[in-house]
Design a protein around this ligand. Structure first.
Ligand code: ADP
Ligand code: MG
Length: 247
């Protein structure tokens, strides 16, 4: 498997952000979900987004991924203003550069693990044999060797979440967005899923933005920001302390 490393800038505050936003405002009717948010996300970092329920975490993730309409603000990916792109261009960027995992993995229930994981590759036009091979090797890397033929309903929650992570990583996204990916798991399964996720992200140089309200999950991140009432109240645009940086 080709492992395109994008670590030349390293994971430090002097690097150029891979993804950033300025003055993001998003509202739903009279609800102001985001009220002027600035965030910088650096290549290769694992960023935890914390904060109370309803504070705007998911909306921030959707705004960064370009799937929600902004009232104002800009999102910059790799130096380009994503908000200036057409919807079709944004959608192409999402397909090629972003991966997603949600609280409930949203696996297709009638497809086996290996078929679920190979789906993004087939959609990208990769021949079936090769897609299945790559999917199998990702399942192996996630500790699921031998589970390829199982249906989602035949696996534990933690196993199903790993399949969802394999599916999100299989076409080598630059950024993995994860919205409470361990929220439905018991603490041991959550810990295992986080260890696997962060190990893989670091091994492949994938940048991860992970929403969680579990401090033990956030402890696996390189850095955390806190969203409260539609605003980022700490950690906003720079590494807070040298000690937060890995290595
Ligand atoms: P969190 O992920 O931190 O729990 P959300 O980003 O989901 O918070 O929600 C932030 C606020 O925006 C909440 O008040 C929520 O009710 C509201 N909201 C989010 N999505 C929608 C939507 N699609 N329609 C209406 N209101 C929404
Ligand atoms: Mg949410």
């Amino acid at each position: 498997m080709s492992m395109e490393m994008d670590m030349s800038l390293g994971c430090n505050s002097s690097g150029v952000p891979l993804l950033s936003c300025r003055n993001l405002r998003v509202s739903f009717g009279v609800t102001e979900a985001l009220r002027g948010v600035d965030v910088d996300i650096y290549p290769g970092e694992v960023l935890a987004v914390m904060g109370p329920s309803g504070s705007g975490k998911s909306t921030l993730l959707h705004a960064l991924a370009g799937v929600v309409k902004l009232d104002t603000g800009t999102v910059t990916y790799n130096g380009s203003d994503v908000t200036a792109l057409s919807e079709a261009e944004r959608s192409a960027l999402r397909l090629s550069a972003f991966g997603f995992v949600f609280q409930f993995g949203q696996l297709l229930p009638d497809l086996s693990a290996v078929d679920n994981v190979s789906l993004p590759l087939l959609l990208a036009g990769i021949p079936r044999r090769r897609a299945l091979q790559q999917a199998k090797s990702w399942l192996d890397r996630l500790g699921l060797a031998g589970f390829g033929d199982k249906l989602p309903g035949e696996m534990s929650g933690g196993q199903a979440q790993r399949v969802a992570i394999a599916r999100a990583l299989v076409n080598a996204p630059k950024i993995l967005f994860a919205d409470e990916p361990t929220g439905s798991l018991d603490s041991l399964a959550a810990e295992n899923v986080m260890l696997t996720l962060t190990d893989l992200a670091r091994a492949t140089g994938t940048t991860v933005v992970i929403i969680t309200h579990d401090p033990r999950t956030a402890a696996h991140a390189d850095r955390e920001i806190i969203v409260r009432d539609g605003l980022v109240t700490s950690g906003s645009v720079a590494f807070s302390q040298a000690s937060d940086v890995p290595q």
